[in-house]
Each structure stands twice: as C-alpha cells, then as structure tokens.
Design a protein around this ligand. Structure first.
Ligand code: ADP
Length: 418
C-alpha cells in the first residue's frame, strides 16, 4: 500500500486523528468543510506522495547512474587490461592465435602475423593452423612442423591447446635452431673423424713399436718414435684449435680496445719466427703507418694474423718470402692487413670452401704439414667477431694473398691502447 497516494495520509490520519489534536470531533465538522478539508488533504497527500516518489525516483536514478558509471569504469579497465595484454603478446617471439568456441579468431599477435602471413607457402601454414586449432577445440593437443619454402625459407612448429572457451595455437620459428643443430651434428661427426685419424695412427704405431722391440734396431725404433711424436703433435694442435674456436665463439666485445696495427703485425711475425726459420721461408714486413689502429681483442687478432702467417709458411717452398702489409681504406673506415706468399696457391673451385671447418684442398699435404683444417675457420670467425671479413686471391702455382679487413679504430691517442 505505500505506493498509494493516500496510504501515508491514512496512516497519518490514524496516528494523528483530528479529534485528538482538535477540540472538535470529526462529526462536529460540517460536510462542506469536511469535503474541502478532504480535497485539500488529498492534494497534500498526493503532493507528499509525489515528492516521495520523486525522491525515490531521484535516488533510483542516482543509484542507476552510479551503477552505470561503475560498470563503464569496469569495462574501460577491462579494455585497457586487454590492450595491455595484447600489446605484451606482440612483443613475444612466439606467434599466438586464439579462437573462440565457434572457431572465430579472437586474437593474433604480431609474431603470428609475420610467421603466417605474406609468404609463398602461406596456404600450407594456414591449413596446419586450422587443423591444430580444430584438434585443440576437440580437446586434443597436437603439433605440426611446417617447412615454408622461401624466400625466406623457414621451419615453423605449430602446437595447439584447449582453452575454457576456445583454443590457442602457439607458433615457433625453429629455422635457426634447426640450422645450429645441423652445424653441431656435422661438427661433432667431423671432430670424431678428425680425432680418430691421429688416434688410430698412434695405436698402430704403438703396436708396431712393441712388435719391433725385440728386433732392437734403434733406427726403426727412432723412426717409429718420431712418427708417434708427429701424431701426438697433430692431436695437440687439434685440441688447441678447438679450444681457440670455443674461446672465440664466446666473444665479448665489451673488452675490445684500440690496438696499433703495427704492434699486432710485429708480434704475430715474432711468434712465427721459429717456424719461418725451420721451413726456410723468410717474412718481410712492409712499413705500416704508425697511426693505423683497429678496435678489438689483442689475443684474437694476433691469432688471426698468426694463422695466416703459419699457412703462408706451410704452403710455400723454401726460400720464397712472405710479405705482410697493411693500410686503410679511408672512405670505408676500414683497415686491411694482407699476407702474401709465393707458394702452391689454391685452385679456384676450393677458394670459397677453404674457410669451412676441416676443409682442406690437399688432405695428404695438410697431413704432412700437421694442419688441422681449422686455421682459416678461426680467422674468419675472428674477422666476423670484429665486424670485418677475410678474403683470398690466389693463383695455383703462383701464390696467395689473404686479406683481413677490420673496422678502423680511433686515433692512437683518442682511446686506451691494449
Ligand atoms: P690447415 O690446418 O689444413 O692449414 P686451414 O683452415 O688453415 O687448415 O686451411 C684450409 C686449407 O686451405 C688448407 O688445408 C690448404 O689446402 C689451404 N690453404 C690455406 N692457406 C693456404 C696458403 N697460404 N696457400 C695455399 N693453400 C692454403
């Protein structure tokens, strides 16, 4: 009853009867007065009722507005949170595609767009994605590996997972990992092969030595002992080169300093002096400008020049000198260091491959010279670490020139010297 306009008044009339507050009783009031009074009371009651309704309505509207505002704020916050998550997902290196229960795509991050879109074999990738998402919605986690033919050539792995109200597919670009795995596998099999050769030779020599021990022919024993020494040296050289490679791979440019090229060259030549004398191959150093500098790690750069010198000595005949020179390509801000020999030279077909690990032009000759097949791979790695490169020019039977190019360093007094 409180909604009736008279309800409050009737209650009011009952709680405060006219007769109680007034000396006259209700029946003492004449009908006209009563009627007028009644009309007035009804009007007042209506007005009170209206005011009350208005107040309730107003309160209601205010509550409604407040609830609306709260709801709007929550929606804004949710939207902002969603945007934050989506922007965060765009920074993921993994691709993500989310669909709802009805297979409608709800989100796709930047990596997914790059990995799936605008590619010659896009259709293959999309089919795999659809299949994985369908399986995921049915509750089965599946994975597909897709080879995308380039350019650029890519291998991606798509895995699906079910969500409460849909499915998600995670896309990973495994191209680089696959490449590194393949290199590692090749490397391990090459190392095993390379180590097996001297170890096998040592085993054979030791057997022969023990068989010939009864012969007591000192000349034979000496010859066998020197072969043992050669193979042991080969093993040591191989282990040394592998350790150098590992150290060079863990390159840390933060320790690079400005180095004088003439210092590097003269130190490397000094290190090669004994083998130069042993082989009768002299080394000539052309005048190197004193201000010529590079930025790098002294040990690595020394080892690169030293390896080029050792090769030049190994693959040259007695008496034919090696020439070392250096200069700067001012415009390109690079320094070049060249090691030229007049040795056996390198056939054209092998020139590109000699920088690969364990590649040798002439295995027999490399064995005689105690080569490991790792020297030039080390030189190239060092050049790349320093933002440079190494190239070769060669003519079979005439000689070779190996050129190491490195970014030019600061002026000699502009940076600390290593
Ligand atoms: P190795 O230890 O066998 O010398 P490297 O990686 O240093 O291995 O060189 C790879 C191959 O390149 C050598 O086996 C050799 O055939 C060839 N080579 C390198 N330097 C020279 C050079 N100065 N003259 C001729 N051939 C060279």
């Amino acid at each position: 009853m409180p909604d009736q306009p008279w309800a409050g008044c009737a209650r009011g009339a009952r709680s405060a009867p006219l007769g109680a507050s007034d000396p006259y009783h209700l029946h003492a009031v004449d009908p006209i007065t009563f009627s007028a009074f009644g009309t007035g009371t009804a009007a007042i009651c209506s007005s009170v009722w209206l005011h009350r309704r208005l107040r309730v309505a107003r309160r209601g509207r205010t509550d409604q507005d407040r609830h609306l505002a709260i709801a709007q704020r929550s929606i804004d916050e949710l939207h902002a949170r969603q945007q934050r998550i989506l922007t965060g997902l765009d920074h993921l290196p993994l691709g993500l595609v989310v669909t709802d229960v009805g297979a409608v795509e709800a989100a796709r991050n930047q990596a997914a767009a790059t990995l799936l879109g605008d590619h010659p074999s896009q259709a293959v990738a999309m089919t795999a994605l659809d299949e994985v998402l369908t399986e995921a919605r049915r509750g089965f986690a599946s994975t597909q590996t897709v080879e995308l033919y380039g350019p650029p050539r890519r291998v991606i792995v798509i895995s699906g997972a079910r969500l409460v109200d849909g499915a998600v597919a995670v896309i990973e670009d495994v191209t680089e990992r696959r490449r590194i795995d393949a290199i590692r596998r090749d490397f391990v099999s090459n190392i095993s092969h390379e180590l097996r050769t001297p170890v096998g030779a040592l085993l054979l020599l030791s057997e022969t030595l023990s068989d010939s021990a009864d012969d007591e022919d000192p000349a034979v024993v000496r010859q066998l002992a020197s072969r043992v020494e050669l193979e042991a040296n080969r093993l040591t050289a191989m282990v040394d080169d592998l350790l150098s490679l590992a150290r060079i791979e863990a390159n840390d440019p933060s320790g690079y300093v400005t180095l004088l090229v003439s210092d590097l060259v003269h130190e490397a030549v000094e290190r090669s002096e004994s083998s130069s004398e042993r082989h009768g191959v002299p080394i000539e150093v052309m005048t190197i400008a004193l201000g010529l500098t590079v930025i790098g790690e002294r040990a690595q750069l020394m080892s690169a020049i030293h390896n080029l010198l050792e090769n030049a000595i190994k693959y040259s005949d007695k008496g034919l000198p090696i020439v070392v020179s250096a200069g700067a390509n001012e415009g390109a801000h690079t320094v070049w260091i060249a090691v030229s020999d007049r040795g056996i030279g390198i056939p054209g077909r092998d020139r590109e491959r000699i920088f690969e690990r364990f590649y040798r032009v002439d295995r027999a000759r490399a064995r005689d010279t105690g080569g490991t097949g790792l020297g030039l791979a080390i030189v190239r790695h060092i050049a790349v670490n320093h933002g440079g490169d190494v190239t070769v020019q060669s003519l079979e039977g005439e000689g070779s020139t190996f050129t190491l190019r490195l970014p030019q360093g600061a002026a000699p007094n502009g940076a600390p010297h290593g």
